[in-house]
Design a protein around this ligand. Structure first.
Ligand SMILES: [Ca+2]
Ligand SMILES: [Ca+2]
Ligand SMILES: [Ca+2]
Ligand SMILES: [Ca+2]
Length: 549
């Protein structure tokens, strides 16, 4: 009984790691969680440091899987490309735990059939700001950079003007301001539409002062490079935070180098404040046919549409707001330059609550209003009894605006995209189910219809075809155009005393859509055994043994 009791305690403490957590993990806690996860299935896992950031922090990768890595399809699951979204990191760690603990059907666990490469935090320097004494949503790593190119490095950081340890906003009453309070809730600032209608106009800046008096506020703080602007597709050269050139940082260069060596990775699932699953990018013939492709190829766009449908069946993202993939983003790079299917979503958005009634019993908010993300968040938070998400506006003396009414306040950093972790328990289930359902559709090469005829004495014709019997293509169509995705290999292996009279020992073929096939046709002289193989790093493969006699 005592043993059982202790075992239960052990299990509970293990599970409580992922689930009943009060706050997001620190980097040190992430590291120990990764070690815990590794120990759940030591024969399936390895943990390594991919890179060390400029701030001397490790970028971890947990590898899960078993068997021939070169020929076992794999997935990258990644978060923390910038430091604004610990919810993504938490979701990825939760998915990892499920990969390592879920039983699956008849012992067919994901970790037995696939490799998973799990990177919970690509930008640890940026992530660490969540737990630092001065909390703000940080995009940049710790590389010392002159972000605004004025010859001085990090000369104008944020300033905690109200001393609450948080960086929020400052609003200044200003007749030429471009913001006003939302009519339903004036804590929410919206761009002004009709200047005459607005009772008060605000200029809105980040919380701080213009320390170098260049007219910009907090334009060059600590760091750095935003890794989610530093990838090579649509690289936003000269934009603040984009860096000197694409893939300039240890963290993302190490990741890219690792990925280009891993021919078996079929798809990339990333968790950031972007979403191409609720709003898949559609096919645009013009973009797809340029020399530099800027839109998905037709077959790839169709697949993305199908996967988006699957996502929408499984994930509760009603009326998801647009969250586009920005220039230089990792998720765009993963398709356009790494040529893998790339799916990105934030894991959590505030659920759409439309039935909320105000104290008079009237419907205070409608669906249209909740298209405003901030109102949608407030509505959800109030409904859940989450208080403390907002710093009420408070008047301050701002040295850059003498004699003007200036107030500091606004949403607390992180809250709008990062709910208390308890709300991610369901999210992790949904996202795991999504990946699991996707995995069930994976491409599969099957050798079919094999026919052997003896044409004359000891000369055999061997014919048949290789079919993709899965529900997804063997790779992206874009991959067919590049050298970053291998071709499908078919080959015939002969006994020593057999000869190949017609055909090649090995042939290479472009990708196969579901149901698509290619044929093979060999002429072999000599009796004995032959083996036919069809293989691709990203698919389930097939081989057939034949006896020619
Ligand atoms: Ca500067
Ligand atoms: Ca503050
Ligand atoms: Ca400056
Ligand atoms: Ca400045």
């Amino acid at each position: 009984m005592r043993v059982l009791f202790l075992t239960l305690i052990g299990l509970l403490s293990l599970y409580s790691f992922g689930n009943a957590q009060e706050d997001y993990r620190t980097l040190a806690e992430i590291e120990s969680q990764l070690t815990e996860l590794k120990n759940l299935a030591p024969d399936h896992t390895s943990l390594k440091t991919l890179a060390t950031s400029p701030g001397d922090k490790d970028v971890w990768m947990l590898k899960v899987g078993r068997g021939d890595e070169e020929l076992t399809p794999g997935f990258l699951v990644l978060a923390g490309v910038d430091g604004t979204h610990p919810a993504g990191t938490h979701t990825v760690l939760g998915i990892a735990e499920k990969i390592l603990t879920e039983e699956g059907l008849e012992g067919s666990r994901l970790m037995d059939r696939f490799y998973f490469y799990i990177v919970p935090v690509l930008s640890p320097d940026a992530y660490a700001q969540y737990h630092s004494d001065l909390r703000y949503e940080r995009y940049f790593n710790a590389r010392e950079t002159d972000i605004d190119r004025d010859g001085r490095i990090s000369e104008d950081p944020y300033n905690d003007l109200d001393g609450n340890g948080l960086i929020t906003k400052v609003r200044i009453e200003d007749p030429s301001g471009t913001y006003t309070g939302h009519e339903k809730d004036d804590r929410v600032l919206v761009p002004v539409k009709d200047r005459k209608e607005a009772s008060v106009l605000y200029r809105v800046i980040s919380e701080g002062i213009d320390e170098d008096k260049d007219g910009e506020f907090n334009e060059d703080g600590e760091g750095g490079i935003n890794l989610n602007m530093n990838f090579s597709f649509d690289y936003p050269a000269f934009k603040p935070g984009a860096g000197e050139h694409a893939v300039s940082e240890e963290e993302n260069r190490a990741l890219a180098e690792f990925l280009f060596e891993r021919w078996n990775i079929y798809a990339v699932f990333s968790y950031t404040r972007e979403n191409n699953l609720s709003h898949p990018v559609t096919y645009d013939a013009r973009k797809a046919s340029q020399r530099l492709v800027t839109g998905p190829l037709e077959r790839d766009a169709a697949v993305s549409g199908e996967v988006a449908d699957l996502f929408q069946e499984l994930v509760n993202f009603e009326d998801a707001p647009e969250m586009s993939q920005g220039p230089g983003s990792f998720s765009s790079w993963a398709y356009f330059h790494y040529c893998r299917f790339s799916f990105v979503n934030p894991g959590w958005i505030p659920p759409m609550l439309v039935d909320t009634t105000d104290e008079n019993g009237a419907n205070g908010l409608d669906r249209g209003l909740l298209k405003n993300y901030d109102l949608r968040y407030i509505n959800w938070a109030e409904n859940e009894g989450i208080e403390d998400y907002f710093v009420d506006w408070k008047e301050i003396d701002h040295p850059d605006f003498p004699g003007r009414r200036a107030e500091v306040g606004g949403f607390k950093p992180f809250v709008r995209y990062n709910p208390p972790p308890e709300y991610l328990v369901e999210v992790i289930d949904e996202q795991y189910n999504f990946i699991d359902s996707f995995a069930k559709k994976m491409p599969k090469l099957q050798i079919e219809d094999v026919r052997v005829e003896e044409l004359e004495n000891r000369v055999f014709r061997v014919r048949g075809r290789v079919v993709n019997t899965g529900l997804l293509p063997t790779s992206t169509a874009l991959g067919d155009r590049t050298r970053w995705v291998r071709d499908i290999r078919s080959r015939i292996l002969l006994d020593e005393d057999q000869d190949l009279l017609v055909g090649h020992y090995r042939d290479f073929h472009k990708s196969l859509a579901p149901g698509e096939y290619f044929e093979f046709n060999w002429l072999v002289s000599g009796r004995g055994n032959v083996v036919i193989e069809a293989a691709h790093p990203m698919t389930f493969d097939d081989s057939v043994n034949l006896e020619l006699r």
